[in-house]
Write a protein that binds this ligand. Sequence first.
Ligand code: AMP
Length: 400
Amino acid sequence: MPAFKTLDHLTDIAGKRVLVRVDLNVPVADGKVTDKTRIERVAPTILELSKKGAKVILLAHFGRPKGAPVADMSLSLITSSVEEVLGHTVHFASEAIGTPAADAVAAMKNGDILLLENTRFHKGEETNDAAFVTELAKNGDIYVNDAFSAAHRAHASTEGLARHLPAYAGRTMQAELEALEKGLGAPARPVVAIVGGAKVSSKIDLLMNLVKKVDALVIGGGMANTFLAARGTNVGKSLCEHDLAETAKQIMIEAATAGCAIVLPEDGVIAREFKANAENEVVDINAIPEDAMVLDVGPKSVEAIKGWISRAETLVWNGPLGAFEIAPFDKATVAAAQHAAECTKSGKLVSVAGGGDTVAALNHAGVADDFTYISTAGGAFLEWMEGKVLPGVAILHEHK
Ligand code: AMP
């Protein structure tokens, strides 16, 4: 049983006004939504509530308008895309509060869906202002949060409302929390984490938290160079944060204390230019030439990483193992991702991935549908992996 209420608890809601916080922060180019994934993710919650006869009132932010209306950040621009994905009429109110919202809500019939204008057109949204929360709450009897990706922020529509109204997790929020619980909350052991990407500096909290929770931490990507250099390996011209040597050592000490194995590359694919199809070769990690840089982990390392994945019951993954955007330096990421996908498909592995470039890297590897769960939640996913409390989630737990 989850430690929060879900839509399963909302049975008798015909005619009730349900304020649903969703993530509709979709990319738009030339007035067209270029990726509807986020709308697709929240569709099940919206349609379930509508079918149950609720008046479904959608709250969302769009871009960063900084507390005042900005024409090209109006949610009216994406209303037709939301209608298309839902296969259902979506009404629009020109303000999230005040007369426009109240009138639009008053006109709703059971099962109707209404999208309120960008909550961030009001300063009170990001400051979680009590008066703004009260205004929002006037239009609802019940609050549902389906925007995990915004749950790391204590804003009026992500946290404040849950203090005023009975609060429930939507289906996407529920799926995300259940997957994260399987990944790091109460995972089947052994748990292996793969962390890659460019720099240690952006992932210190993440690494510090993981070494306390997982049985092995595989470090790849540019950040592996910082760890190798801290250990005394010459990394040539590789991307490396030499000033973080002490931090890297501290992470290795914490890992040793917690009994977490740190897995660093044994070999690397080196090049002299950071560009696609640059001349490259595989070298032992202790033989990196002065004038070369490591752009991917080498084949021996890939075999070792695959071995760790095979022995794991649970895998959490953030960040590519190499510069995956430029061939052939995507090889290690693709091979490891495909192996994780195979282990997952055969029922031996729970695999949870997310954050920033990870989704793009796993899409590139063609395994997006084969992992147990891939979070598109960026910042919220990372903060959760860092062991931080997400205000939008914590408040739902208070309603259990
Ligand atoms: P992050 O956003 O921190 O997960 O970093 C992702 C970026 O790290 C991608 O753009 C990769 O190209 C880059 N990256 C991964 N490995 C390396 C490497 N060995 N050298 C330079 N950049 C890398």
